[in-house]
Design a binder for this molecule. Structure first.
Ligand code: GRF
Length: 203
């Protein structure tokens, strides 16, 4: 079973649900996250732990972790969850916490990845699923998808091309994890069975 953490739209969450993965619950740090309704409409348990109701990050993360643990998940998947998580939280879910990031890490960690990719003039962009570590948007890479950057791309056209691939690679990575097929070798991740950890899309 997995628990998905969201803050907004929830398209990656939806891709995980649509892939038939065993989603125990969706938890949001914002009550107005549109993804909550989508999950509820699919009959999935939802919860809201609003970060702004807590005086400290530690208090928020403790409440969040307690709520997560009620569902006893094997895996926690961050899907557009817009809070930085402190080392203590990350440690609690070590090896069981995945994130999807809209760039080919280690390029462009943080926010505004598509604008920054366009400004840098890179010809290849994409997305990454990685294990979460205490350092933001770093951590062992599970799978990446690469897409071309076209001369006439806007932020929106590039974002649309990337998010389409996010919906391809995230369910794949989560399934591998739930099947216990991810092997951590130093900083590198190998998939038992040798499935491809790279998707290259020309579209
Ligand atoms: C995605 O681009 C994801 O990579 C990033 O935040 C965005 C969330 O989108 N971490 P959605 O809520 O899954 O539609």
């Amino acid at each position: 079973m997995l628990v998905i953490l969201i803050s907004g739209r929830g398209s990656n969450m939806q891709a995980l649900i649509d892939a038939g993965l065993p989603v125990a619950a969706v938890i949001s740090n914002r009550a107005d996250a549109p993804g909550l309704e989508i999950a509820a409409a699919r009959g999935i348990a939802t919860a809201v732990i609003e970060h702004r109701c807590f005086v400290s990050r530690a208090d928020f993360e403790r409440a969040l972790a307690d709520r997560i643990d009620e569902f006893r998940p094997r895996l926690v998947a961050l899907a557009g969850f817009m809070r930085v998580l402190a080392p203590q939280f990350v440690r609690r879910y070590q090896g069981r916490l995945l994130n999807i990031h809209p760039s080919l890490l280690p390029a462009f960690p943080g926010l505004g990845t598509h604008e920054r990719a366009l400004a840098a003039g890179v010809k290849v962009h994409g997305c990454t699923v990685h294990f979460v570590t205490a350092e933001l948007d770093s951590g062992p890479i599970v799978i990446q998808a690469a897409v071309p950057v076209r001369a006439d791309d806007s932020r929106a056209s590039l974002a649309a091309r990337v998010v389409k691939q996010e919906h391809v690679i995230y369910p794949r990575a989560v399934r591998w994890s739930l099947e216990d097929r991810l092997l951590l070798e130093g900083e590198r991740v190998r998939v038992k069975g040798g499935d491809a950890q790279l998707v290259v899309s020309a579209a």
